[in-house]
Write a protein that binds this ligand. Structure first.
Ligand code: SAM
Length: 431
């Protein structure tokens, strides 16, 4: 089946960046300015993070021109290179485009945040990738350091760490999450093998030569490639179509072909930008695991960035039920392992608190001394009552020997003016 090549978001953005597009407009005067923010930086918390990031990168600065530009007070070539290669919120430094500006142009979707492989699979509750890049810098992680994510979800931190050359260890109780994280970060190493199988897969699926039933498909994939990374890629391609057809009533075959095409284009984008910017990628390890009992030695990781389930706000099993069933999981049994999902009534909150205490203690145990743990969390409402997850976290982390060094309110308005309130809590292991 021939699939028409549409203009990608990235291509459109570059086109518009040269003329009118608000988010990425390049001003002719930018070349004379020290440091210019990306136009998509809109919220107060983002400006706070941009300032913290600059300080962590060793930059003295003054904010100028309606908060959108910075004057650098201790300028040097070395510093310009650091901001250019590691910064998260800046369009240009000394008139030169930053790596991040160039990375986010590689986007196959309509959403500014879903560049490279971030978009693959519609997982609810994803981190904002730009914020994660900034946090990796703010907690002073360098190339070759290791960051740990005990609730790695869709793999946002994994991909952002990889791009900065930071090694990543992630666990999640859900195999669906593990597949997402791995495909986003590992497919670039097997792009040729993936492309080789594309036509076979498309013709079998689209022409109806393989039944749409899961077991036929997965058996076929197992026979087609001995490489787990290739098999995971094609598993996720199927799960995207499963999700599209069950949640959005899209035609399975059309959705499979379209998503497969976009997935491959995104992996090509990643390979291209890696070569163009000469990126040294971090090593990524993502496994199924339980945050309450982590299989890592004491004092072994250089930083933690994570967002745990927000009390009992989202039912992660129910959200992905179609894909989990497709993969053959017993979803009822699974619920017993998921924090915030297990239990009933009031008992649910108690179980959540117990589970999170164990998870926070494990974070304390595996983190090195004087290093940072970032927890992004919000309060949830259950049975009409607000559950004070944020206060609980601050108190319990304090009792373990963490000191709260920053508490940034992240208040954002989404579609239909729905307000979302979260806190970015930065702790240091001091005792
Ligand atoms: C808020 S989400 C994380 C989202 C992630 N930051 C992202 O960007 O996609 C919380 C995650 O915790 C996972 N989870 C729930 N219970 C867990 C447990 N006992 N151990 C590890 N992960 C668990 C869920 O599967 C879910 O992916």
């Amino acid at each position: 089946m021939e699939i028409k090549k549409l203009k990608t978001k990235g291509e459109t953005m570059i086109e518009r960046a040269e003329s009118q597009f608000w988010a990425y407009e390049l001003d002719n005067n930018d070349s004379q300015k020290d440091l210019v923010l990306l136009d998509n930086v809109q919220f107060i918390y983002e400006l706070s993070l941009a300032e913290l990031e600059l300080r962590a990168l060793g930059v003295d600065f003054e904010v100028t021109n309606g908060l959108r530009e910075f004057k650098i007070l201790n300028k040097s070539n070395e510093q310009r290179e650091i901001i250019k290669s590691r910064g998260s919120y800046y369009k240009t430094v000394d008139g030169q485009l930053t790596n991040y500006f160039q990375i986010i142009q590689k986007n196959q979707t309509r959403s500014v945040n879903q560049y490279l492989t971030h978009w693959i699979y519609p997982y609810k509750g994803k981190f904002h990738p730009q914020m994660i890049r900034a946090l990796l810098n703010i907690i002073e992680l360098k190339e070759g350091d290791t960051v740990f994510e005990p609730f790695s979800g869709s793999g946002t931190t994994a991909l952002e760490a990889q791009l900065l050359g930071i090694n990543f260890i992630g666990i999640d109780i859900s195999s669906l999450c593990v597949i997402q994280g791995r495909v986003k970060t590992e497919s670039i190493y097997v792009l040729d093998e993936i492309i080789e199988l594309k036509d076979t897969l498309i013709s079998k699926i689209v022409r109806g030569l393989v039944e749409e039933k899961a077991n036929y498909y997965y058996e076929m994939i197992n026979e087609l490639s001995p490489d787990e990374r290739v098999r995971n890629f094609y598993k996720l391609a199927r799960l995207l179509a499963v999700s599209d057809s069950s949640r959005r009533s899209r035609d399975f075959r059309t959705s499979f072909a379209k998503n497969l095409y976009l997935m491959i284009e995104s992996i090509k984008d990643y390979v291209e930008i890696k070569e163009k910017l000469n990126l040294k990628l971090g090593d990524i390890k993502i496994e199924v695991g339980d945050s309450r009992n982590v299989n890592l030695p004491d004092n072994s990781v250089d930083g933690i960035i994570t967002s745990p389930p927000y009390s009992i706000a989202l039912d992660y099993v129910q959200n992905d039920i179609h894909s989990l069933k497709d993969l053959g999981y017993d979803v009822l049994r699974m619920r017993d392992e998921f924090i915030g999902v297990r239990g009933n009534g009031r008992n649910k909150v108690e179980l959540y608190n117990e589970d999170m205490k164990k998870s926070y203690s494990e974070m304390y145990r595996v983190l090195k001394h004087n290093k940072y743990a970032v927890i992004v969390i919000g309060n949830a409402t259950y049975q009409g009552q607000e559950i004070k997850t944020v206060d609980f976290t601050i108190k319990y982390m304090g009792s373990l020997g963490f000191s709260l060094v920053k508490n940034i309110n992240k208040i954002i308005f989404g579609l239909y003016n729905v307000m979302k309130r979260e806190n970015i809590l930065i702790f240091k292991k001091v005792k």
